[in-house]
Design a protein around this ligand. Structure first.
Ligand SMILES: C[S@@+](CC[C@H](N)C(=O)[O-])C[C@H]1O[C@@H](n2cnc3c(N)ncnc32)[C@H](O)[C@@H]1O
Length: 387
């Protein structure tokens, strides 16, 4: 089964037990630390939906606590999580340990600087602070209080609760770095953040997640050579509001004329899909259709529709993000270049194609009807003076 379909299954079945690999946490955090070596200095980091018994996030931040100059690490676990790991558990060794509470209560762990402020603390110094009053749901009042105490919230939240998780983050002005999937960028909670340049994609794309024993069998789960079960996904990304170098590298682009003359892939696509020799305009948006990110013309000043994968390469100083296809409210209320076809043409189009929607992008067919569907597009415009 393809990665995207598997993620859909995870969501439908509320199977949230996919654990991030240490190397994936490390690769992503490196991007922030390389950009700003003091990014975490004197900061408190909350790792919700986590557990030091098995979490790579907790182990990574504990291992790098002194190097980053962190002030405090807070890690909370969710009672219903299936992750019972092989790591040494500060809970089991603690006088606060209570077997009868393990299955129903979330747990709270912290790591702080040694009293003299200079101590080199690490994973072995993580303290079990006891059981939470509830199950550790990130939406609970007690985890919200921990969030409010933190400067950063960093995690891989349950896939099935991403909408809630973003709402929960947006209740505050915390800095965040979390794993989600590509569909998330279209969510009404997320796209406005991207557009306002208040969030962006991270630098890496985690592809495999660890699957604990006891999690149900799935088509996308395989046994690795080292005997570890992993689930593969093709559409995971990080969403963050923490700056990294990857978003300050302008795309190197060629002119419209050169793309059309030298890019065979582009020419083939335009010919086969639109029977065109130039970039077509949409029937219902006054914007240029650009089928591949690498073919964005460097010399076009108007609005362009580009594939969503553009976000991986988006440098906000080079292009302005204006909107996204599929959002009727935005198209009708805010989009100055929305050109809905006359009602009779809309009706004919819907009769010919049951999934036709005025807010999606179309290109005219040979009968001048808006019937050639275009996949999801972002609308962008080149910033003045940028090529
Ligand atoms: C995708 S897993 C990732 C776990 C860990 N953050 C990691 O990356 O390895 C999401 C975790 O969130 C837990 N979870 C599910 N619902 C939750 C909730 N409402 N509040 C907090 N955690 C939850 C799941 O049990 C699961 O262990």
């Amino acid at each position: 089964m393809a990665g995207n379909a598997s993620l859909g299954c995870a969501k439908a079945a509320k199977n949230d037990e996919f654990y991030t690999q240490y190397s994936d946490v490390e690769a992503e955090m490196n991007a922030y630390v390389e950009f700003d070596p003091d990014v975490f200095r004197d900061k408190t980091v909350l790792l919700p939906c986590d557990d030091p018994e098995w979490s790579s996030f907790t182990r990574y931040f504990a291992a790098n606590f002194a190097r980053f100059g962190l002030r405090k690490l807070i890690s909370t676990s969710y009672a219903k999580s299936k992750g019972r790991g092989t790591e040494a558990s500060p809970e089991l060794d603690s006088p606060l340990f209570d077997e009868s509470l393990r299955e129903s209560r979330g747990r709270l762990f912290t790591l702080e600087r040694a009293a003299d402020g200079t101590g080199d603390v690490g994973i072995g110094d993580i303290r079990f602070e006891g059981y939470l009053k509830g199950d550790g749901d990130f939406r609970s009042a007690e985890v919200r209080r921990l969030r409010d105490e933190a400067d950063f919230v960093i995690t891989n939240p349950p896939f099935s609760l991403v909408h809630d998780f973003v709402d929960w983050l947006c209740e505050t002005d915390k800095r965040f770095i979390f794993i989600g999937n590509d569909n998330m960028v279209k969510y009404k909670e997320v796209f406005p953040l991207l557009k306002r340049n208040e969030a962006w994609l991270g630098w890496t794309r985690p592809k495999e997640f660890l699957v604990p024993d006891g999690a149900g069998a799935r088509d996308n789960v395989t046994m690795r050579e080292d005997g570890v079960r992993v689930a593969s996904f093709g559409n995971n990304c990080w969403l963050t509001n923490v700056d990294h170098g990857g978003r300050h590298q302008p795309l190197l682009l060629d002119t419209r004329e050169h793309n059309l003359r030298y890019n065979r892939k582009l020419r083939k696509r335009l010919k086969e899909k639109y029977n065109a020799q130039d970039y077509p305009s949409y029937s219902n948006f006054d914007a240029l259709e650009v089928p591949y990110v690498e073919c964005i013309p460097s010399d076009y000043d108007g609005v362009m529709g580009v594939p969503i994968t553009f976000l991986d390469k988006h440098d906000p100083d080079q292009f302005e993000l204006i909107g996204i296809t599929g959002d009727l409210e935005w198209a009708q209320r805010e989009c100055s270049f929305f050109r809905p076809p006359p009602k009779d043409i809309q009706q004919i189009s819907r009769e010919r194609n049951k999934t036709w929607r005025v807010q999606k992008a179309y290109v005219d067919d040979q009968d001048s009807l808006p019937l050639i569907p275009v996949y999801d597009r972002l609308f962008i415009r080149r910033r003045k003076g940028q090529r």
